[in-house]
Write a protein that binds this ligand. Structure first.
Ligand SMILES: [Zn+2]
Length: 127
């Protein structure tokens, strides 16, 4: 029940382009990117889904907090050899978080994001 208001908000959120995402914005959404880092990755698909879908699609161990993921599109390695990624997200901030992972090809997280995640904050990607 706790997720219901969140899901209703999420359902109304339409995916958008992330072309102008800056390193500072990436950090605000929890992804560790240094200033001046260029976009090197391409988002080939962007998919909204429930937390349950994220858990299935993203393949984390049972019980992990899974709000979304960025998955290499052409090979099961990071970074993707062709620099192409599918992103999956269950709410708005996570969409930007996963877009930042893909566009900057960074798997690093900021300290504040990690702290909030470890405490079980479903919205850890939100500034
Ligand atoms: Zn992340």
């Amino acid at each position: 029940m706790k997720c219901l208001p969140l899901l209703l908000i999420s359902c109304s959120y339409a995916p958008e382009k992330f072309d102008n995402l800056t390193p500072a914005q990436a950090r605000a959404y929890g992804v560790g990117v240094a200033d001046g880092t260029p976009h090197t990755g391409i988002i080939v698909s962007s998919t909204f889904g429930t937390f349950g879908k994220m858990e299935r699609v993203c393949g984390y161990p049972k019980g992990w907090l899974v709000a979304g993921c960025a998955i290499p599109a052409t090979a099961p390695v990071w970074p993707d050899p062709q620099h192409e990624y599918h992103i999956y997200y269950s709410e708005r901030c996570t969409a930007y978080h996963e877009a930042a992972h893909a566009l900057f090809e960074s798997h690093h997280h900021t300290g504040p994001y990690l702290l909030r995640s470890y405490r079980g904050d479903w919205l850890a990607a939100c500034p």
